[in-house]
Write a protein that binds this ligand. Structure first.
Ligand SMILES: Cc1cc2nc3c(=O)[nH]c(=O)nc-3n(C[C@H](O)[C@H](O)[C@H](O)COP(=O)(O)OP(=O)(O)OC[C@H]3O[C@@H](n4cnc5c(N)ncnc54)[C@H](O)[C@@H]3O)c2cc1C
Length: 518
């Protein structure tokens, strides 16, 4: 007999994003089906959060009255409320720049390093999500809130039934039919609706094609043991998203508190061809042969899962929404893990889409709102793609890579602070891309950097980046005496109060409220 469900919203895919949508919609009394082709716990890639990710999670939790989810937005509250859910401590972004076939040696100005702190202490720090635990927990919360969860379900078709969308498939040999007023596609890249509706992918405009190789390991050494820092870094460099950058690609290393470390590489095609990215474990070993210092960090490491080879990391979709369906940003596009942009883009999209469903009724008004949602999603993926593509062009030029990446850090820290101050209009769009000056400057600087400028053009680009950053720099990013080690300092924020259209007292209060000072 067919399993038949009538719901207000069907959500395809039960990663953290699908589960969060389900939870929020249940809090508003909607009937929800959450449909998953696999089952939890399961491995998922995409693990490292940022201050903006966690602020967006906090905002969603507050808006939908989900205190148990809010606890996941900081290391301290997570450890207190959910010690059984594994995660990693992320105090910042650590970049180390390598030349192929050479050990990494640095100078006293940290020419081959960039350390950008994201938090002043562990209590309020960001985390790496151990997705097998994290996603399962969120799904359990969604079920407890009354969402109907169908795992191990294969969806075959979707069609417009006039009043809604009808999804058909099978579960454990039994036919399944879900009639929904609206479908949210949370099934990740190259996901369900893109295939079922045949809406198709879109070409990348800026990024070179890249391949991914990744898995989970145990026994990965601390980078601090391989290359002890000279002096006192702004945070322990391993309690971070550790990026080993080299010509043609980069490696991420993310440590969890259960002995597991996530690591993988994103490689441009020429480098992937050199190490034959499709052969799993031998590729990893061959890549590390060319990176002696990283090889040392992994000398005692053992993969705990089979290697995954992603023949194409990045993906863009042509269409993001129709009148009764929408893709989350994570289904609409993946750019690259380089700046941990996937989660904030996804959560921005979750908040916007929930807003559309809450504030519009089916019809012309909703259609217009969904068209705006689709436009914003594509624009935010565009600016991310353009900036990350430019960073790929600079992997042979650490100084330019570092300076360009400060555009990201300036936008991220400014956006977080103005949102926390209740002035989100000051930072419109992801990476401030809708800001008339800053958005244009990010695109302009990225376009120039992509051409690998030399001589006076390169110097002019450095100056242009500094000018673009200055009005938004609330983190001392232009202070060269910091030698590319950037701590989180209360005084930087206080002295930037005018840029935030706030008083020093407003900023002081914010710092206390957010646990940044006691
Ligand atoms: C190599 C790599 C590294 C990344 N690292 C980071 C990072 O460090 N930080 C960051 O912010 N972002 C990162 N990202 C992006 C990040 O992975 C995504 O933003 C995030 O996983 C999106 O979560 P989600 O819940 O929307 O989808 P997913 O995690 O992709 O979950 C989708 C779910 O849908 C299910 N599903 C798929 N198809 C169907 C179907 N047809 N029917 C039913 N269910 C289906 C899947 O089984 C899965 O459970 C990375 C991406 C890649 C490719």
């Amino acid at each position: 007999m067919t399993l038949s469900l009538d719901v207000d919203v069907a959500i395809v895919g039960s990663g953290f994003a699908g589960a969060l949508c389900a939870l929020a919609l249940r809090q508003r009394g909607r009937r929800v089906a959450l449909i998953e082709r696999g089952r939890h716990p399961r491995f998922a890639i995409g693990e490292s959060t940022t201050p903006l990710t966690n602020l967006l999670l906090e905002e969603l939790a507050d808006r939908y009255d989900l205190p148990e989810i809010r606890a996941f937005s900081k290391w301290g509250t997570w450890q207190q409320a959910h010690p059984d859910v594994a995660c990693g401590l992320k105090r910042g972004f650590t970049f180390l720049f390598h030349r192929l076939d050479e050990r990494v040696e640095d100078d006293e100005d940290h020419g081959r390093q960039l350390l950008v702190a994201a938090s002043p202490n562990d209590e309020v720090a960001d985390t790496h999500w151990y997705r097998p635990d994290f996603d399962r927990t969120l799904v359990e919360h969604a079920q407890a809130a009354g969402a109907t969860y169908l795992d191990e379900t294969r969806l075959d078709t979707v069609r417009d039934s006039g009043t809604g969308m009808r999804l058909s498939g099978t579960r454990h040999g039994r036919a399944v039919e879900v009639n929904a007023g609206f479908v949210i596609d949370a099934s990740g890249p190259r996901g369900f609706l893109t295939n079922a509706l045949g809406t198709g992918s879109a070409p990348l405009q800026w990024l070179p094609p890249t391949q991914g190789v990744f898995t989970h390991f145990e026994g990965v050494d601390l980078w601090e043991n391989v290359a002890p820092p000279d002096g006192r870094p702004p945070y322990p460099p391993d309690a971070a998203a550790l990026h080993h950058v080299f010509p043609g690609g980069w490696i991420w290393v993310l440590r969890f508190n259960n002995g597991i470390t996530s690591a993988g590489a994103a490689l441009t095609d020429p480098l992937a061809a050199r190490v034959l990215a499709s052969e799993g474990a031998p590729v990893w070993d061959r890549l590390l042969q060319a990176l002696p210092s990283v090889r040392e960090q992994f000398r005692a490491a053992r993969a705990t899962l089979p290697f995954v080879h992603a023949p194409r990391v990045a993906f863009r979709c042509r269409e993001v929404a129709g009148d009764k369906w929408a893709l989350l940003p994570s289904a609409a596009g993946v750019i690259d893990p380089l700046l941990s942009t996937g989660f904030p883009l996804t959560l921005l999209g979750v908040a916007r889409l929930l807003d559309v469903l809450e504030t519009t009724a089916p019809g012309a008004e909703r259609q217009a709102a969904l068209a705006a949602y689709a436009r914003t999603t594509q624009q935010e993926l565009d600016v991310t793609e353009q900036l990350v593509a430019a960073l790929y062009s600079c992997m042979v030029d650490p100084a330019l890579f570092k300076r360009l990446s400060l555009l990201y850090f300036a936008a991220a820290s400014y956006s977080e602070t103005v949102r926390r101050l209740g002035r989100p209009h000051l930072a419109p769009g992801f990476l401030l891309n809708e800001h008339p000056q800053f958005g244009a400057e990010v695109r302009g600087c990225a376009a120039l950097a992509a051409d690998a400028p030399q001589g006076s053009a390169r110097t002019a680009l450095f100056e242009r980046i500094d000018r673009a950053i200055e009005p938004f720099d609330t983190a001392g990013l232009l202070d060269r005496t910091r030698r590319d080690w950037y701590p989180v300092l209360a005084e930087d924020l206080v002295s930037s109060a005018a840029k935030l259209e706030a008083s020093a007292a407003d900023v002081q209060r914010l710092l206390v409220r957010c646990g940044l000072v006691s």
